[in-house]
Ligand binder design. Sequence first.
Ligand SMILES: Nc1nc2c(ncn2[C@@H]2O[C@H](COP(=O)(O)OP(=O)(O)OP(=O)(O)O)[C@@H](O)[C@H]2O)c(=O)[nH]1
Ligand SMILES: C[C@H](OP(=O)(O)O)C(=O)O
Length: 229
Amino acid sequence: METTPTLKWKHAEIKVLMYFHALIPYKPVNPKTRLASVMTQEEREEFAEVMLGDVISAVRKTGCTATLLCTSKYTCREALVAIRKEGLNEAINWALPQFHCPALIIMSDLPMTTPGSLQRVLSTKADMAIVPGLGGGTNVIFVKHPETFHVEYYGFSYRRHLQIAEELGLTVEIIDSMRMSTDVDEPSDLVELMIHGHGNAREWLYEHGFALSMENGRVSVTRNGEKIA
Ligand SMILES: Nc1nc2c(ncn2[C@@H]2O[C@H](COP(=O)(O)OP(=O)(O)OP(=O)(O)O)[C@@H](O)[C@H]2O)c(=O)[nH]1
Ligand SMILES: C[C@H](OP(=O)(O)O)C(=O)O
């Protein structure tokens, strides 16, 4: 007896292939000025690039391709590069309407990101997933229809991105992730990276004289023996 197409379909292994693309804004020249008290400009440029490498590596392991939105000329073998000299918001809002697939917007200063932590974002059932940054910023946005979305970074951007989603009628999943909420902005953020990091950015710190030490029962960071955070 012939089986019906419906029955065959029912028992088939259905694999839905979804294609995602990541946007990573990146400022290669004089980045991370909030770390200027503990690193020279040359070191900040090197460190920012190593952090970016860790982020790209995690993104690519999830199967996402990536485009860097760079403020100046930059060569990268693992991602496409678009040179956009305007500000962060303008660069991302230039890119979003051109998307024909879900977009992952991720900052380059999240070197603790792992493929597993990103999978939680990419597998959301909501229209959008968001990872807040420390202090009110936004570290990661995953939006399934980026062509209708826009970003407003800086200041209390986390709250603004939730508002934009609400105005568009989008469902939102808020992802609670220590790894992706910790953006490396201030010297004190280096503590977390040195404790929980796993990639080249953590190695870079140890190779450049940064170390962890204990003081009054708290972990602090030293550079060449001097406390910096
Ligand atoms: N395309 C683009 N990316 C930017 C710009 N400014 C910062 N970024 C990137 O946006 C992300 C978040 O930026 P910040 O944390 O403010 O980094 P930053 O400007 O290097 O650091 P600070 O000088 O300490 O504010 C990082 O991935 C930066 O590389 C910009 O003007 N254009
Ligand atoms: C870009 C900005 O980053 P922060 O200044 O919090 O590092 C934000 O998340 O809005």
